[in-house]
Ligand binder design. Sequence first.
Ligand code: PGA
Length: 253
Amino acid sequence: MKRRPLVVANWKMNKTVPESVDFVQEFLQFLGREPKAEVALSPSFTALVPVGDALEGSPVALAAQNMHWEDSGAFTGEISPIQLRDIGCRFVLIGHSERRQYFGESDGEVSRKISAALREGLVPILCIGETLGERDYGKTFEVIERQVCGGTEGVALESGSEIVLAYEPIWAIGTGKTATPEEAQEVHRFVRGLTASVSGAEVSEAIRILYGGSVNPENMTAIMEMADVDGVLVGGASLVPDSFAQIVRSASH
Ligand code: PGA
């Protein structure tokens, strides 16, 4: 099955509003009119609206880095799926390892967020990945299975309901150390198998599974050659317009 490549920038807690808008203007020039891959930018919450405005009329989608699972209410400091949809977000990252690690996000919270995103018509990007210790102890598949199954518990994935998975080994995030293409493929294949057993072959074949962790223009091509790698989630290298545009171009081959 042919899945359209998806390339998502995760800016994390970087860039002011003017810096974000400048990026968009430069990036769109590098990108050209009709990129073959689907592209999304996840700026900080403060820059979502201006970045959305700057992307108007372009093929690039808007993504948020996190959200709450309730639609509204007394949750000081949180942002709801309705608010994200209201400003034109298409995607939302859920359960990024930094959220799990520094903010204690559990699989239970992740699954509530996934359900809420789907309910409100956002495409959740469920992030999963093992630590170096877990990999060294041979626990990678166990951890991945717990995160995929726990993170989608109670979520009915029918054909047509869109969800994206992102495999990001924690030891590869921001470290300059990537998984080899074969290591990535091994986990991606396992994830596809898991989704097939939970939701059936048709749904599983349609789901895009991204790789993330020190992706850059140099290592991009080899990673994208793997059969079950359908795109990338990019942190550091997505902060620079021409390097991110190069990554998008490599995804299209
Ligand atoms: P990195 O971050 O590309 O800087 O390793 C990836 C991520 O955390 O999504």
